[in-house]
Design a protein around this ligand. Structure first.
Ligand code: 5AD
Length: 611
């Protein structure tokens, strides 16, 4: 109720009210550490949506229980939690690993003593990175490259030219690993064919797969020369040097502290005006299906000061969009400078339980987002991924208040709609088809959820059992592969239908778009993304014949990547929007335009509005 009053007083926009209402009233009887697809995310989504559709009130005194919807399943899940592996098992395992890894490391160090002094120097050797998997891997590539660049390595995107090929790998699903195995075999064939007059090519596996499959990679398959786990990139120059001497070299130690805070990543991915900034590493959530805590280790946050410094440098370099990355950004804690700050907000959204032990005090994600968004008001800020269990109101408040914090949440929530689409939050989500024990009825519920919520963007996968996870130990991967595939295809079909409808609702609206570059399909078109992260394509040059009632400066001033432009949307499909550019704009101008109510669905150019 206190929160309700606070929200009323601060006059949140409608979407913020809804989200607060949804988060704070969750009475979920499942433990989020199990993370099981259905007990947590799906049930939560169902509840989010249905409760919000049914309710017109902003606040309700009666907690709503999900238990009634899915009673026995949730109970089953609770039992599984009680008997599942504990976090200490994981810690115990990692310390065992540590001993083994240290032993390996000592052997390597021993050899190191006989390496020439400058052996870690790249000497202009060329390195080719291939990045697979998530955005975190894109950022890891930038960190690893930053470390090697300092040592004098050159970068190439051509394997034929490379002295060293490094694969930044993903273990999240079996298929992701299969892709890497295939690539390793191809690379080994290339290596064998290489002329004897050249130094032999070295192949390295970095990241999650190095961590998960060290023995197989080094011993059984013998396809790699270098292995570096996600916390061992600083050691790459030494590992490459050992490999240069003809031995295999590996460091898969997981760290409790490593955040690469002092390594300025060399951003060259995304479009030139966008960058991923990692704010934390590892994960403690221990979701039942997920291998990440085992491959990326314990959760740790990078100090606020180092994140701000990186964002400042990016702003100076002309970067216009930063995505803050973490496995669960809501559990961000920087205790490096300040142990305590203000009253502690409630640790969990109501209704959630978790084995995750939140660290008290320090600076939280809302503090970080606040400061990051102030660095450059013309730089858009996104973040991924938050978890509903600890989604703080302060973050919603910042999304509502700050013009440069995108109104987009990668989280199950409720659908937008109505006339001023751009004033509401866009939703995206992840779905897994065929999780352990999934019945046809469960699957139909997932379909109905996707229909009702109407996500803008979705990531859909067939479940893939991963070793070491809770599900691996306690549940049965009992949905046959063909059935998983069929269900996945159905999910994708319904998702596309609904996304097409959400996007169609934007036809006629004017979207603020950050231009990313030339469209892949036609050099006559440019593309960018709107605030909700939906792709918007528009012709590079506007003809003068249409929409004469709308002022346009698109002919007058060329549109370049990194520009903000207003685009009038004329058509849509499930993947993207199409339109024509009206004029250049800025985040500030756009905000003034909206706050002054100059916008009437047609274009009022920012300059007209201010006049
Ligand atoms: N099988 C299939 N999908 C998975 N994900 C995570 N683990 C698995 C798994 N074992 C998906 C989840 C997660 C996304 C990053 O990958 O949807 O949100």
């Amino acid at each position: 109720m206190v929160k309700s009053r606070l929200i009323t007083q601060t006059a949140f926009s409608l979407w913020a009210h809804l989200h607060w209402n949804l988060f704070s009233r969750i009475q979920l009887k499942a433990d989020c550490n199990t993370g099981g697809l259905r007990p947590l995310f799906l049930t939560l989504q169902q509840w989010f949506l249905r409760s919000s559709l049914q309710q017109t009130r902003m606040c309700c005194s009666k907690p709503v229980s999900l238990h009634s919807n899915k009673g026995s399943r949730v109970d089953t899940f609770k039992t599984q939690i009680a008997t599942g592996p504990k976090f200490r098992d994981f810690v115990k395992e990692s310390s065992n690993k540590k001993t083994r890894a240290i032993t390996n490391d000592l052997i390597c160090n021993d050899k190191h003593a006989y390496l020439p002094e400058d052996s870690e120097i790249g000497n202009s050797r060329t390195v080719c990175f291939e990045t697979y998997g998530c955005q975190m891997n894109v950022n890891d590539t930038e960190i690893a490259w930053s470390i090697l660049q300092k040592k004098g390595y050159q970068r190439t995107s051509d394997v034929a030219e490379a002295d060293v090929v490094l694969l930044v790998t993903c273990s999240i699903r079996e298929k992701a690993e299969q892709t890497i195995w295939n690539r390793l075999r191809q690379l080994t064939a290339i290596k064998k064919k290489r002329s004897k007059t050249r130094a032999p090519m070295k192949i390295g596996v970095l990241g999650c797969m190095a961590e998960r499959l060290k023995t197989e990679l080094l011993e059984r398959e013998k396809l790699v020369d270098v292995l570096a786990g996600p916390d061992a990139y600083r050691d790459l120059p030494r590992l490459l040097s050992v490999a240069g001497g003809g031995q295999q070299a590996s460091n898969v130690l997981l760290s409790l502290e490593e955040t690469y805070a002092d390594v300025m990543p060399v951003h060259r991915s995304l479009h030139r005006h966008g960058a991923f900034v990692s704010i934390m590493r590892g994960c403690d959530n221990m979701c039942s299906y997920c291998v990440v805590p085992f491959t990326r280790g314990r959760e740790r946050s990078r100090p606020v000061a180092s994140v701000l410094e990186e964002v400042r440098v990016l702003s100076e370099q002309g970067v216009k969009e930063v995505t803050l990355l973490g496995q669960n950004v809501n559990s961000y804690r920087d205790t490096s400078e300040r142990l305590f700050c203000g009253p502690e907000p409630s640790q969990l959204s109501r209704g959630f339980r978790t084995v995750y032990r939140a660290r008290p005090g320090g600076l939280r994600f809302a503090d970080l987002l606040d400061r990051v968004s102030l660095v450059d008001p013309e730089m858009r800020i996104r973040f991924t991924s938050p978890h509903p269990k600890d989604f703080p109101d302060e973050v919603l408040q910042l999304i509502a208040e700050r013009d440069n914090v995108c109104k987009q949440i990668h989280l199950p929530a409720q659908s937008a709609g109505g006339e001023r689409q751009e004033a509401r939050v866009s939703l995206s989500s992840d779905f897994i088809a065929g999780f352990c024990g999934e019945t046809e009825e469960d699957h139909l519920e997932t379909l109905s959820l996707i229909r009702e919520v109407r996500y803008n963007v979705g990531f859909l996968f067939a479940y893939s059992m991963r070793n070491k996870t809770h599900a691996f130990h306690r549940l049965q991967d009992d949905v046959p592969a063909e059935l998983k595939q069929r269900r996945l295809e159905e999910l994708i079909g319904v998702f596309r239908e609904e996304a097409a409808k959400v996007n169609a609702a934007l036809v006629g609206s004017t979207q603020l778009v950050l231009v990313e570059g030339e469209s892949k399909r036609s050099d006559q078109d440019l593309y960018g993304r709107n605030d909700g992260n939906v792709k918007v394509i528009f012709p590079r040059r506007e003809g003068s014949g249409h929409n004469t009632d709308m002022p346009t400066d698109a002919d007058a001033a060329p549109i370049n990547p990194g520009d903000y432009v207003l685009v009038k949307i004329t058509s849509a499909n499930s993947q993207s929007l199409r339109g024509h550019a009206l004029c250049h704009t800025s985040l500030r101008d756009r905000a003034i335009l909206l706050s002054d109510h100059c916008y009437d669905g047609r274009l009022a150019s920012p300059s007209q509005c201010q006049a």
